[in-house]
Design a protein around this ligand. Structure first.
Ligand code: ZN
Length: 297
């Protein structure tokens, strides 16, 4: 975990604005390494992961509540699924890590080219006690940030600005990832709204800010020079809750006949199961699988 990766939750203008900013460079770097994503996919997955972290900060009240963002565009990357929780932990996966789209503008990754511009974005919140909420909107641009802002406006009736970016260097590794979410609540007058909008549109790209060494607090200072109140500041990190025990339970749920078939057909000395969220591999020998079934019965 990096000390640089954290999220700030704040309010400004007498609590009529809610603002969130984060640096998630290490999170997105880990996602890229785990899934071996190509640059435009690294950006699409990283933006979705940061979007999920920002939405979690804006809407989860408890640490063990979680929120998933699923992007189903018509582009070559296929589905993007990301889950974040109230502890600032996030994991995610993509359909095709090696999707590619030519840059339209020099030096800019073509995120919409891999995501697609048609399709849907869904947000599912698991608030505990079987309390779930889901909202789905049509993709607006396939650039993710704009799509999340549209989701917040349509499904949650909150006017929001979302700025998120991922900077990938030529060798394919992630050099910077971060951004902000600003939510305008009722009670702001037109002058206040246009002042905030002006400062946001004057901001350099989120990754340019991070590469200059700007902290999340300093990003908020630039949007709210008249002041803001930090409510909370917590680390964000990649984390997958999978474990060998979880896969043991999965083996049990397959049942005796299916496990016997797998053992019969397996040509290796072990069966390998891979977690799609983190690419961690777990190996089970035929004897281990039989023992797991026996222990469960
Ligand atoms: Zn995993």
């Amino acid at each position: 975990m990096s000390d640089r990766d954290y999220l700030v939750r704040a309010t400004a203008l007498d609590e009529r604005v809610r603002a969130f900013a984060l640096n998630a460079t290490e999170v997105v770097r880990t996602l890229q390494e785990r899934h071996g994503t190509y640059p435009a996919v690294s950006a699409a997955l990283g933006r979705t992961a940061m979007g999920a972290l920002l939405l979690s900060a804006a809407s989860l009240k408890e640490e063990d509540q979680s929120l998933s963002v699923e992007v189903r565009g018509d582009g070559p990357v296929g589905r993007i699924i990301v889950t974040a929780n109230g502890r600032g932990e996030v994991r995610g996966l993509v359909g095709n890590p090696h999707a590619h789209a030519e840059s339209v503008r020099p030096g800019k990754l073509n995120v919409a080219g891999v995501v697609g511009t048609g399709g849907y974005l869904s947000v599912t919140k698991n608030l505990g006690m079987r309390d779930t909420y889901q909202g789905t909107v049509e993709l607006q641009s396939g650039e993710i940030g704009e799509d999340l802002a549209y989701y917040l406006a349509r499904s949650e009736q909150t006017a929001s600005a979302v700025g998120i970016g991922v900077f990938v260097v030529p060798d394919g590794t992630v050099d910077a990832a971060g951004g902000y979410l600003v939510q305008l609540l009722p009670g702001l007058d037109d002058d206040e709204i246009s002042a905030i909008e002006r400062r946001i549109s004057a901001l350099p790209h989120p990754t340019a800010l991070i590469r200059e060494g700007t902290t999340p607090e300093q990003v908020l200072e630039r949007i709210f020079p008249e002041g803001f109140t930090v409510l909370d500041r917590y680390p964000v990190r990649f984390h997958c809750p999978c474990s060998r025990e979880r896969f043991e339970r999965a083996i049990v749920s397959l049942g005796e006949a299916e496990v016997a078939r797998i053992i019969e057909e397996e040509k290796e000395e072990f069966t390998e199961v891979v977690c799609h969220f983190c690419n961690e591999a777990y190996r089970f020998t035929p004897d281990e699988m039989r023992e797991i079934l026996q222990a469960a019965s």
